[in-house]
Design a protein around this ligand. Structure first.
Ligand code: NAD
Ligand code: UDP
Length: 310
């Protein structure tokens, strides 16, 4: 198949492309390199089945594809809050352009949505029928409301125009190739402990997250794309940790000498998050296989190579 991956030079997108190329597909990667990097996809540059297009998806583009994985959007709060207007344009105009493309060429399109659509959830763990507790005017809104509109667009194009959609609600995912300045918690703690500087826990560290290793997530995305169910469907690892526990784990693993310090909690920071993955288990026969300790080991190794070589 010819498969378009938007945001393919990013963290999850580049791992997805590795899988699609290994499976023998033709891949078109569209990216504007806002948070993505050529080095993530460098190994495919001379491959006859790989094509890279530098393009901003807020502008329309004419391409042909059988399937579209629509991942383009900065995912770390630091990056999506840097230019919030751009973030919401990417989610709304960008998703509209990709759904329009899917409609024109009759491609199946998978939207990479997020657990952030649940906001600061009052239901725990989160199931797909929970409608969320989201601040429409806060500093996270460009991203979480943006993704909620993206989901609305996907379902309206589906109902009105028969576009063949899949919607994944991705929970916190980590792994190799995250940027050193990504700003999300796993990469921050690893980079800080490797550099021997204090690990910055925001708030008192009692807020929780559940961390999925990237290879598990990619497997879930591929199963969703090629299965019969349109979603929305939660994809994430249900093992839940407080942020302080995570800091201590990484501290012990990388640098027991590194200090842990506390910084103010960002506005609207969700207090708890854990996916209920019953639907993914039943519909996709999918569940994560990489435990946190193993995934962290792989991620630490990847950062160690980069951070020490700098
Ligand atoms: P990332 O920032 O590494 O990748 C995003 C990619 O999209 C980058 O390569 C970036 O350059 C590109 N991009 C951004 N805006 C663009 C635009 N306007 N036009 C073209 N390309 C653009 O993030 P990631 O962690 O790989 O996330 C990928 C997708 O998965 C995002 O849609 C994100 O919302 C979703 N997601 C990720 C997580 C996670 O924990 N990583 C959780 C939930 C949802
Ligand atoms: N966090 C932290 N220290 C950091 C970065 C993040 O304590 O250096 C916290 C953040 O406040 C949040 C959790 O870790 O409670 C996860 O943050 P991240 O930005 O990784 O993802 P998200 O909030 O989008 O789930």
């Amino acid at each position: 198949m010819r498969i378009l991956v938007t945001g393919g030079a990013g963290f999850i997108g580049s791992h997805l492309i590795d899988r699609l190329m290994a499976d023998g597909h033709e891949v078109i990667c569209v990216d504007n390199f806002y948070t993505g990097h050529k080095r993530n996809i460098l190994k495919w540059f001379n491959h006859p089945y790989f094509e890279l297009i530098r393009h901003d998806i807020t502008e329309p583009i004419r391409l042909e594809a059988d399937q579209i994985y629509h991942l383009a959007c900065p995912a770390s709060p630091v990056h999506y809050q840097y230019n919030p207007v751009k973030t919401i344009k990417t989610n709304v105009l960008g998703t509209m352009n990709m759904l329009g493309l899917a409609k024109r060429v009759k491609a199946r399109i998978l939207l990479a949505s997020t657990s952030e659509v649940y906001g600061d959830p009052e239901v725990h763990p989160q199931t797909e029928d929970y409608r969320g507790n989201v601040n429409p005017i806060g500093i996270r809104s460009c991203y979480d409301e943006g993704k909620r509109v993206a989901e609305t667009l996907a379902f309206d194009y589906h109902r009105q125009n028969g576009v063949d959609i899949r919607v994944a609600r991705i929970f916190n995912t980590y792994g190799t190739r995250m940027l050193e300045n990504d700003g999300r918690v796993v990469s921050n703690f690893i980079v800080q402990s490797l550099r021997g500087i204090p690990l910055t826990v925001y708030g008192d560290g009692s807020q929780t997250r559940s961390f999925c290793y990237v290879s598990d997530l990619v497997e879930g995305l591929i199963r969703l794309m090629n299965g019969e169910h349109i979603g929305p469907i939660n994809l994430g690892n249900p093992d839940e940790y407080t942020i302080l526990e995570l800091a201590q784990k990484i501290q012990h693993m990388v640098n027991p000498e590194a200090e842990i310090i506390f910084k103010p909690l960002p506005e609207d920071d969700p207090k708890q998050r854990q996916p209920n993955i019953t639907l993914a288990k039943t519909w996709l026969s999918w569940q994560p296989t990489v435990p946190l300790a193993e995934g962290l080991k792989l991620t630490v190794q990847d950062f160690r190579d980069r951070v020490t070589s700098n």
